[in-house]
Design a binder for this molecule. Structure first.
Ligand code: ATP
Length: 474
């Protein structure tokens, strides 16, 4: 099936796809495809889906909305207004440019199809067939939502999506590693959702946030009189989670004593509640996460090697946000803007090119959590319009903010000199960053018109376009 290729995206995610296919959602032959409705409707019906044609999807979702993207704006507008809870699938009716494909994904398409001929029926038939046979969890998810909300379009995240699809059904322990805020809990939830245990509970417990004694009682439960104050018996998480998934966050913080006990539970699949000699069957799946280097902790004697190997049967390493590239940051930014505008009833439309550039090049030490928190702050404070550089915190504006805020004259020159004399210099990177700033300012000043921006900068349009492409600024 012809499917649009963009680096780091391999097509509709199984979670969305399976959700649509397994529940037999209605397919809407939507905006931009009016002229093809006669050809598409029988194809869709033959694939086993109820079908309807029209420009307006159901406001409450529950549809797979096919949109036609060509020179006319109808399909693009349809993509923008596709309601949450529907799966938007965009079809280019003529060969698209790569930036148009990327744009379609950014604007919420769950997949993009290429109908190179005048007859898109075959492409739609192949797509619906692939949808039926795609693996993954059943879930009617909003357009653009991937793997239980673990969204991303970078190569690294596409790999994570495939891994989730693979390890989900495997029913082994999985160790999820990554810096704080990279989405480890979300990945654990996605694995659970992709597993045969999806209908049973998912429970998360932060091993670093609870003192060791309490953690033991919390996990194992206790019998009446097990310790002072245990006036009645109480079930622990091992029991409450049943045949579901228990997510042990910050496993590196678990005390050595408890590590021994946990290893026994995993190996023998039984445990005794505190103060009881009654053996209880343990039937849950364990997923664990850490933001420490657990191998180092093993070498340092802080973490048991046998437990490490038991947990690490399969592993998932979530990359830091700064390693995923500017495109991913901007994609997540759009995703959170849409999500948080909905939550707060606000209408922040996006960011200016320069603000986008600053966000895309900031280092995000708090990873996706930091980005989400910032977007939430921005929508609450701004309420509508476009986010400008001045709306961003100083740490994101970086050198530019320091220069702006230092005023003019000698003071400013001194700061510039300090910056220039700073440590860890990399002339190429600095020249590039300086150029990038000029480019983004020129684009901002010309409302994104590349011809005019190139003129302003005194370079050829092709030079500008090449730099935009090479540096992912487009
Ligand atoms: N890929 C993603 N797509 C959408 N939201 C994400 C993504 N990754 C993280 N988030 C959001 O970022 C926040 C932090 O995610 P999460 O709690 O899963 O991170 P974590 O790695 O488990 O953090 P910690 O190590 O501090 O426990 C949550 O609000 C989560 O919804």
């Amino acid at each position: 099936m012809p499917r649009a290729e963009i680096p780091g995206f391999s097509g509709v995610d199984p979670a969305c796809a399976q959700g649509a296919a397994s529940t037999g959602l209605e397919v809407l032959v939507g905006p931009g495809l009016e002229a093809h409705a006669g050809e598409l409707e029988p194809v869709i019906r033959a694939a086993g889906y109820p079908v309807r044609s029209g420009a307006r999807p159901h406001a409450d979702g529950g549809q797979l909305v096919l949109l036609g993207l060509d020179a006319s704006p109808a399909g693009w507008q349809g993509l923008d207004s596709c309601p949450a809870g529907s799966l938007a699938v965009a079809m280019f009716l003529a060969q698209p440019r790569p930036d148009e494909v990327r744009n379609a994904f950014r604007r919420g398409a769950a997949d993009v199809l290429l109908a190179e001929s005048e007859t898109p029926g075959g492409v739609v038939r192949d797509f619906l067939e692939a949808l039926r046979s795609s693996p993954g969890p059943a879930a009617g998810q909003p357009a653009g939502e991937r793997f239980g909300g673990l969204v991303g379009v970078s190569e690294a995240m596409t790999e994570i999506h495939s891994m989730v699809g693979l390890v989900g059904p495997a029913d082994t322990t999985v160790l999820i590693q990554g810096e704080s805020g990279t989405g480890k809990e979300l990945a654990a939830r996605a694995i659970h959702a992709a597993s045969p245990r999806a209908d049973a509970p998912f429970m998360a417990i932060n091993c670093g946030a609870i003192p060791p004694d309490l953690l033991e009682a919390e996990l194992f439960g206790h019998a009446k009189g097990a310790f002072t104050g245990a006036i009645q018996s109480r079930q622990g998480r091992f029991a409450k989670v049943g045949a579901g998934t228990l997510f042990l966050d910050e496993i590196g913080e678990m005390s050595p004593d408890l590590q021994v006990k946990l290893l026994r539970v995993i190996e023998e699949r039984t445990y005794e509640p505190l103060g009881s000699s009654r053996s209880v069957e343990f039937s849950a799946r364990i997923l664990a996460a850490t933001n420490q280097d657990l191998e180092l902790a093993v070498q340092a004697g802080r973490f048991r090697e046998d437990l490490y190997h038991r947990l690490n049967v399969l592993s998932l390493e979530l990359p830091a946000l700064r390693e995923r590239g500017g495109d991913e940051i901007l994609y997540l930014l759009d995703h959170f803007l849409a999500q948080l505008n909905r939550k707060h009833g606000t209408e922040v439309g996006g960011v200016t090119p320069l603000a986008g550039h600053l966000l895309a090049t900031y280092s995000w030490p708090g990873n996706v959590r930091e980005l989400r928190n910032l977007v939430e702050r921005l929508v609450i404070l701004k309420r509508a319009g476009l986010v400008e550089p001045a709306d961003l915190p100083q740490k994101v504006r970086g050198v530019q903010a320091s220069l702006e805020e230092t005023g003019s004259g000698a003071e400013r020159t001194e700061l510039e000199r300090d910056i220039l004399l700073g440590q860890g210099r990399d002339m190429k990177a600095e020249v590039e960053a300086f150029e990038n700033r000029m480019i983004m300012q020129a684009l901002e000043a010309t409302g994104g018109n590349r011809n005019q921006a190139a003129q302003l900068l005194g370079v050829k349009r092709t030079t500008l376009v090449e730099k935009l492409k090479k540096r992912n600024l487009g």
